[in-house]
Design a protein around this ligand. Sequence first.
Ligand SMILES: NC(=O)c1ccc[n+]([C@@H]2O[C@H](COP(=O)([O-])OP(=O)(O)OC[C@H]3O[C@@H](n4cnc5c(N)ncnc54)[C@H](OP(=O)(O)O)[C@@H]3O)[C@@H](O)[C@H]2O)c1
Length: 313
Amino acid sequence: MRAIVSDPHQPHRIAFADVAEPTPSRDEALVAARAVSLNRGNFRRLTWEGAGWRPGYDVAGIVLRAAADGSGPPEGARVAGLVPEGAWAERVAVPTRRLAVIPEGVSDAAAAALPAAGLTCIVALARGGPLLGTRVPVTAAAGGVGRIAIQLARLGGAHVTAQVGRPERAAGLGALGAAEVVLSVDAATGLFDLAIESIGGAVLAQTLAKMAPGGTAVSLGASSDEFTTFDVLALVRRGAITLYAISLFQEMERQGVGARALGDLLALVAAGKLDPQIGLQGSWREMGPMLAALGARQVAGKAVAVIDSGGEA
Ligand SMILES: NC(=O)c1ccc[n+]([C@@H]2O[C@H](COP(=O)([O-])OP(=O)(O)OC[C@H]3O[C@@H](n4cnc5c(N)ncnc54)[C@H](OP(=O)(O)O)[C@@H]3O)[C@@H](O)[C@H]2O)c1
């Protein structure tokens, strides 16, 4: 079958290749991919991987063969799922604990946009307890995770502050549920109960400096690639402030989050309460330029690639 693999010698460090068919474990369904999404994590890892690595977390498609252990959706079901790597392929073996049926009315593209970004938001927001009435900043709010985090935090009743890197990146965030949009978390109103932070560097330090006593700053990573220096004593004086760094797959296992939460996210989309915010969509033959746009911070939300041919071009 055709798949996208890393290739450091190509302009966008990817190429199409013929690879072996997946051999599903007993708890995995074989899915014929129709759409996949791009994540910054995929983009970042491609910058250092050698030839032959298989990128891709998110896939939406049709179950070709149900899991041998009887778990999960049956053959023919339209599903979305999450794998640690290798989703950018014609067929993908997906563990049923991370696979959910796509409700009618939700497109393959919308479903493919959800698993990694949406489940990241679910496990991150869960660290704060009940959201009602809390103050939640979301940094990198114009990105794929950020736009979903705003909506889910707002649905939970939080007062959401969205941080963006440039004024034009603020477009549409108020409509998603952000009460205020700032260029720097320094400028946000009040202290934060739960922060969703992914830029690292000075932005993480600024976020920590505004945590309320007992608050939790959840770090998803450091898109800036910068280290953080922060005033520990200021946090000690304020008291009981947690910095909680997560890695999605590990955190999903830790919290027991998977298929059911993915089903909940898809149901919210079907009900019109959550929009995955697809900012860029194209054929998987355009994956290189799409990756470049994501890397250049030009995508307002998620980038999704449709598996519309065997990738021969
Ligand atoms: N820990 C985990 O398991 C996990 C899971 C999912 C995502 N993540 C991480 O969370 C972050 C956000 O993911 P995403 O999918 O939402 O990414 P994305 O769609 O590419 O959005 C990232 C945004 O970060 C902002 N940013 C600020 N400084 C940046 C810099 N120096 N370089 C690049 N971007 C910068 C940009 O928005 P502006 O231009 O508006 O500043 C950019 O659009 C990434 O670092 C990703 O790896 C981690």
